[in-house]
Write a protein that binds this ligand. Structure first.
Ligand code: FE2
Length: 279
């Protein structure tokens, strides 16, 4: 058995590392994303783990589905140590990205994320199972249980909230549709989804045939604007013309035509994403 440690690193507003906490795990899980609430750091210890066999076969990304690895969620107190982590087993599945997480009024931890039945099972390059869509995992730290509810079963990825509400109760999440067939890997759908998590409703913005959006980012119209009042900004590849549009949608008129579209005279490779952190 491979025992490895990963590290929880805290960086302050000035960019200085102020805390590093090692966390021991089995098998070397691929932990792609994390989340925080008022009380906890959330650790997704899911069954995609380092594979020596895959590495020796020459793959640059040697991680595979591992049925021997117990899927679990770790809740580490924000200022605590690995000895204080509350580990909660969860049904096997895999998630790259969390939309948001928060502590609810009953003392549970709510995590919204995009989930797959499995990942990198048949091959190391991409999904081998369909996306289960956007789910809400409710973790009970007392009972150490995780209840799974489907928010939207359509295949989707790259969930994002209004980031001013990171770690807090929130209402809106935006995601990118995925191709229904996992053989198409992650690229090929033409729509974005806007989820109203209070109302349990979804809106669709479809860019049309051969036009493929990437992850869209929410930008508030003013620093103190109400949640969801602002714009969604992202890239849309136009396969027919081999160009890309930087598109701005009004988040409150999500299904309307874009408020602006800026043509880039080439195709920006899809799939890459990240966060802008200003000074
Ligand atoms: Fe990512």
């Amino acid at each position: 058995m491979i025992r490895v440690r990963f590290r929880h690193v805290v960086v302050d507003a000035a960019g200085t590392v102020i805390r590093e906490e090692p966390i021991a795990v089995r098998h070397g899980p691929m932990i792609h994303d994390c989340a925080i609430t008022d009380r906890f750091v959330i650790i997704l210890d899911l069954p995609v783990t380092f594979s020596m066999k895959t590495m020796l076969a020459g793959h640059s990304f040697p991680y595979r589905w591992n049925t021997d690895h117990e899927a679990r969620i770790g809740l580490m107190p924000r200022h605590g140590t690995q000895e204080e982590i509350i580990w909660c087993p969860v049904a096997p599945g895999f998630a790259f990205h969390v939309a948001n997480a928060y502590d609810d009024a009953e003392g549970r931890v709510v995590i919204d994320l995009c989930v797959y039945d499995s990942m990198f099972g048949d091959r190391a390059q991409g999904p081998d199972a369909r996306s289960r869509g956007l789910e809400r995992w409710t973790v009970d730290p007392e009972a150490r249980t995780v209840a799974i509810a489907t928010i939207d079963a359509s295949a989707q990825e790259f969930p994002r909230p209004d980031e001013r509400f990171f770690g807090q109760p929130y209402r809106y999440a935006w995601t990118m549709a995925l191709p229904a067939d996992p053989a198409d890997r992650f690229v090929g759908a033409t729509a974005l989804y806007a989820h109203d998590l209070w109302e349990g409703t979804r809106q669709v913005h479809d860019f049309g045939p051969d036009r493929h959006p990437g992850e869209f980012v929410f930008v508030p119209e003013m620093p103190d604007a109400p949640e969801g009042h602002g714009w969604l900004i992202g890239l849309v590849i136009d396969m027919a013309s081999d160009t890309t549009d930087l598109v701005i949608l009004d988040a409150r008129r999500f299904e309307d035509a874009p408020v602006a579209s800026i043509r880039l005279p080439h195709r920006v490779p899809p799939g890459f994403h990240g966060n802008w952190i200003g000074r």
